[in-house]
Design a protein around this ligand. Structure first.
Ligand SMILES: NC(=O)c1ccc[n+]([C@@H]2O[C@H](COP(=O)([O-])OP(=O)(O)OC[C@H]3O[C@@H](n4cnc5c(N)ncnc54)[C@H](OP(=O)(O)O)[C@@H]3O)[C@@H](O)[C@H]2O)c1
Length: 271
């Protein structure tokens, strides 16, 4: 693959673990200039050291909570102050939740997930947009297959990912002619810490017992990110991952009930 991304400035949210950390590694290996953000500053420091070893020419750490608009603004401004430009924003920070609606005792889960997954992406994008217009840059949003279809036990999570799809698909149309591209990514199951951090029905994280087990198709993080990098480089409109995801998108138009029953079967094997 060519290295068309070399030297570009990328801001990655949720870069302290999982998919975001691997995006930072692969951007570093492409000699990009990398800004990494998440709440855990210590893990970001470790990530920055890894990125430098892998070849990033400049790595900038800015800790913050994307569930707070002022933090999103500060993260974007600090990045632009440091590098003097912004070419790519990757809205990756996210939080999961699992449990049937009637089992959920702490309904604040719904607003927490909406703030982190949806509003965090909206706020970061809104503050980054003037800079991305100057660079004719790229916006990337990490949604989920749960952003394309309903998933049992994932009402809170699926709603945020559908909201992201609606927001970014609309924004793409608004930005036609500006040179700024919008790429929405729909991964299936990917190895990461998402299940440990996911909120249980009482509002507490599931913790270590929820380690992502190899059930059915769970994609390696590195492969998921290779696909994200390719879509970003090509400014693809969107990327639906996995065979089941691609077929499901078409099948939903023809037989939405069949897609519902597939989603029920898939989730019954997981937490
Ligand atoms: N893994 C999957 O199966 C899968 C499938 C489809 C889509 N996705 C999506 O992929 C993205 C990355 O998830 P992952 O699987 O890599 O999970 P992960 O390993 O749990 O990583 C989540 C990242 O988001 C950050 N984050 C969480 N809450 C935040 C907040 N309030 N402010 C700032 N950063 C925050 C975390 O850092 P701190 O805790 O340090 O803040 C961490 O770096 C998410 O949007 C997720 O929905 C994942």
């Amino acid at each position: 693959m060519s290295n068309a991304l070399s030297q570009l400035v990328v801001l990655i949210t949720g870069a302290s673990s999982g998919i975001g950390a691997e995006i930072a590694r692969q951007c570093a290996a492409k000699q990009m200039r990398v800004a990494i953000t998440a709440r855990d500053a210590a893990r970001l420091t470790d990530m920055a050291a890894e990125c430098r070893t892998l070849g990033a020419t400049d790595v900038f750490i800015v800790a913050g909570d994307v569930g707070i608009e002022a933090d999103c603004k500060r993260i974007v401004h600090a990045t632009v102050d440091h590098f003097g430009q912004l070419d790519i924003l990757i809205n990756n920070a996210g939080l999961g939740a699992s449990g049937k609606l009637e089992e959920i005792s702490d309904l604040t889960i719904f607003d927490t997930l909406m703030r982190v997954n949806y509003l965090g992406s909206v706020w970061s994008t809104a503050h980054a947009l003037p800079h991305l217009k100057k660079s004719r840059g790229r916006i990337v949003a990490i949604s989920s297959l749960a952003g394309l279809t309903g998933v049992p036990k994932r009402t809170a999570y699926a709603a945020t990912k559908h909201a992201m799809a609606g927001f970014f698909d609309s924004l793409r149309i608004e930005l036609a002619g500006t040179g700024v591209s919008v790429t929405v990514i729909y991964p299936g199951f990917v190895f990461s810490e998402i299940n440990q951090r996911a909120l249980s029905p009482n509002g507490q994280p599931f913790g270590d017992h929820a380690y992502q087990r190899k059930v059915g198709e769970t994609m390696e993080t590195a492969e998921c990110v290779r696909q994200i990098m390719r879509a970003t480089e090509r400014r693809d409109r969107d990327l639906v991952m996995t065979f089941r995801g691609k077929i499901g998108r078409i099948l939903k138009l023809l037989s939405p009930r069949l897609v519902d029953s597939i989603a029920r079967r898939v989730i019954s094997k997981r937490q």
